[in-house]
Design a protein around this ligand. Structure first.
Ligand SMILES: C[S@@+](CC[C@H](N)C(=O)[O-])C[C@H]1O[C@@H](n2cnc3c(N)ncnc32)[C@H](O)[C@@H]1O
Length: 258
């Protein structure tokens, strides 16, 4: 598994992407609606933790169904925290790393997270932390991306000579399943779904990835003009359908009850 990006680089990328994120988050927004649908509104939740609030896509939806004073939204990017603060959702915004949560044991009734955990270097520690701050009978609802996300892009990159060692690959569904099953979350339900997303061109797709902060390179890498062009041509030749050029998103959804 290649997951050696330092937290610092990931943090820097999300800081940079905070200004452009909201313009290209339609996919994330639909997935956030999926999390909202899974929340049992009859349940009188006390405190709710949102891990990796980003620009507040899920936070805003949560605040429409749950008293916002009960929502604790964390993210380690100050750029993202600033955007969320400016949206004036009356929730508790805390800058923190989900591998070291600044809360006491058994503090939350519900933990939600939309597309954050795939970026965490030590997933086992992060899930342990989530479990520690979750009350008995508490619930967890998580969406995260799996390894097959952008599988076409990784293949096309190697086709134009980009060495594998520069590319960050996410964890596989099996790896994630093994890690979560080691935690004592009680009943865990984990499922996986692949979705195709269409872009007008390979260049637009690369721009989208940068704007959303999901650059998969292991360090800031100069993508020269020639390599860029070669890559785009190769990609478009390989992965083109009537609706446009496409990329796969592998969404892993986890629901657990402690
Ligand atoms: C793809 S964005 C998702 C944001 C939001 N949940 C959404 O659905 O639009 C991932 C967010 O996770 C945050 N993040 C990544 N690793 C983190 C960590 N270890 N601790 C806290 N936040 C983290 C990033 O700063 C970023 O805002």
């Amino acid at each position: 598994m290649i997951l050696s990006l330092s937290d610092n680089i990931i943090q820097k990328r999300f800081n940079r992407a905070s200004g452009s994120y909201d313009k290209c988050c339609a996919f994330h927004s639909v997935a956030a609606d999926g999390i909202i649908k899974k929340i049992d509104r009859r349940n009188n939740y006390g405190r709710i933790l949102e891990v990796g609030h980003g620009t507040g896509l899920l936070t805003e939806k949560l605040s429409k169904i749950i008293r916002s004073q009960n929502i604790y939204a964390i993210d380690f990017s100050d750029g993202m925290a600033k955007i969320l603060r400016d949206k004036k959702i009356n929730c508790n915004i805390i800058q923190a790393d989900c591998q070291k949560l600044p809360f006491e044991d058994s503090y939350f009734d519900l933990i939600v997270s939309n597309f954050t955990y795939q970026w965490v270097p030590n997933l086992s520690v992060a899930f342990k932390e989530a479990n520690r701050v979750l009350k008995k009978n508490g619930q967890v609802i998580i969406n995260m991306f799996g390894r097959n996300t952008f599988k076409e892009l990784f293949y096309a990159l190697t086709q134009v000579g980009m060495a594998n060692e520069f590319i960050l690959r996410l964890r596989t569904y099996e790896e994630i399943k093994t890690i979560i099953n080691k935690e004592d979350f009680g009943k865990v339900n984990i499922c996986v779904e692949e979705k195709k997303v269409y872009y007008p061109s390979a260049q637009e797709m690369l721009r989208w990835i940068k704007n959303i902060g999901a650059n998969g390179l292991k360090r800031d890498f100069y993508f020269g003009r020639q390599l860029w062009q070669k890559f785009c041509e190769r990609y478009e030749a390989l992965y083109h359908e009537e609706a446009g050029i496409y990329a796969t998103f592998e969404v892993i959804s986890i629901e657990a009850k402690k």
